[in-house]
Design a protein around this ligand. Structure first.
Ligand code: BJ8
Length: 423
């Protein structure tokens, strides 16, 4: 990634500290990803993106900015990309998934804050992530308490818009979310200088629906008895979907899905027969958080589905297309986004229904419900998740972890014992 030094300098990044990150990532990626056998050829695209992770997409974004486009950084799957795209803006996901950034976050946040938040704040304040430097505006949301307070700190350093997300799903909450989306659209229009028209929003809705369909096709292939792709590879595709160009993302995912469908027809699998099928549910896994998937898939299991925001919550449900007015479009967006089932909501029985449904659809042997340390909403909801799964006769293992490797061996022991018990 050395060709990008000039760009990083112009972004006022801390080059020395950033170098340290650039040095560890290739080894980590090699150990976790390149050690896998018989990977789909289509994964070459995502391998390439990772090899240039702080170079290729950031340089595209800077080029776009030179042509007058604005970049919006987001942290949550409730924020509607469609609105930004309709104003010729660009969305990039900003959630931090590396322990590398956590100490930077801990300089201003209590240690007892979830690692995703600490890493996101650290990546910005330590100036070690180009995406955090490039974004013209950050878009926060009122989901968990940690995020809400983190926006106040980030907002001192960068322009920030916060969307007030209701935490119940009554009709009046959906109306409120539609109104909030409308307000967000006005902010986006102001920042970009472009009016959002019905036509442009319809086109953006179509673009993001196409991306959802492409991601769903890859997930569909993971329902096959002979798994054509590892969970680690599917996770990588999903993580990069958050900051890639949506049309290219759809095209690459569709190419991969073509290959996977052929593999299924040819009976090609990346796991040996009898490998236990695991659904992972819980808190999101932002790039480069591959820890749990790696442990599961080197302990005799295969991850067949992720019930999380870096998983099914990102692509399930489409937005109604070709509506005639902005009001109707904002409402359609609100209806779709409020179908996401985050533990920040109460009640959140829809998530339990999702997990039970996904267990059937993906023919799951067991569930690992993972919680990022200090995420109290998912932690508390773990009780209900585990109870429902036990009642349905589906084995479940609840775990809590962070971004460090300190607990890796202990986790491996627990995961191995769980998988053995499934057999
Ligand atoms: S819709 S899961 S992306 S809020 S893990 S920061 S909840 S303390 S990331 Fe999330 Fe939106 Fe919900 Fe999804 Fe807080 Fe929990 Fe940390 Fe979290």
């Amino acid at each position: 990634m050395s060709n990008y030094v000039e760009m990083w300098k112009n972004l006022n990044m801390d080059l020395e500290t950033h170098d340290a990150l650039c040095q560890v990532l290739p080894t980590a990626f090699g150990d976790v990803y390149l050690s896998q056998e018989n990977r789909p050829e289509g994964m070459g695209f995502w391998d390439f993106v990772v090899s240039e992770i702080h170079g290729i997409r950031p340089s595209e974004l800077i080029e776009a900015q030179k042509n007058g486009q604005k970049v919006f950084g987001t942290f949550c799957v409730y924020v509607p990309d469609e609105v930004v795209i309709a104003a010729n803006g660009i969305v990039t996901g900003l959630c931090g998934g590396s322990q590398f950034w956590v100490p930077g976050g801990e300089k201003v946040l209590p240690k007892g804050t979830c690692p995703l938040i600490k890493a996101s704040v650290g990546a910005r304040l330590d100036r070690t992530c180009p995406f955090f430097r490039i974004a013209d505006m950050y878009v926060g949301e009122t989901t968990c308490d940690g995020k809400k307070k983190a926006w106040e700190i980030l907002g001192q350093d960068v322009p920030m818009h916060i969307m007030d997300l209701p935490q119940m799903k009554r009709d009046k909450d959906i109306l409120k979310w539609a109104d909030e989306i409308k307000e967000f659209a006005a902010v986006v229009e102001k920042v970009t200088g472009n009016e959002i028209t019905v036509e442009a929003l319809n086109e953006a809705i179509h673009t993001i629906n196409e991306k959802r369909r492409a991601l769903a096709r890859v997930y569909e292939a993971r329902k096959a008895a002979k798994l054509p792709i590892s969970g680690k590879d599917a996770l990588l595709m999903m993580q990069i979907a958050f900051f890639d160009d949506p049309k290219r993302c759809a095209q690459m995912c569709n190419n991969l899905a073509d290959e996977l469908e052929k593999r299924i027809a040819d009976g090609v699998s990346v796991f040996k027969e009898g490998t236990k099928r695991i659904l992972v549910s819980g808190t999101p896994m932002a790039i480069p958080n591959w820890k749990l998937h790696h442990i599961i898939e080197t302990s005799g299991g295969a991850v067949v589905c992720e019930e999380m925001c870096t998983g099914t919550r990102y692509f399930e449900h489409e937005v109604a297309e070709d509506l005639p007015t902005l009001e109707a479009q904002y409402m359609a967006l609100a209806q779709r986004y409020m179908k996401n089932n985050c533990a920040c909501f109460t009640p959140n029985s829809g998530r339990i229904d999702d997990i039970l449904r996904l267990c059937k659809e993906y023919n799951v042997d067991g569930v690992i419900d993972v919680n990022l340390k200090f995420c109290s909403t998912y932690d508390i909801e773990g009780y209900t998740v585990e109870k429902a799964l036990k009642e349905a006769g589906i084995p479940v293992l609840g775990i809590e972890t962070d971004y460090t490797d300190a607990d890796a061996e202990q986790l491996r022991t627990r995961v191995e014992a769980f998988i053995e018990m499934l057999g």
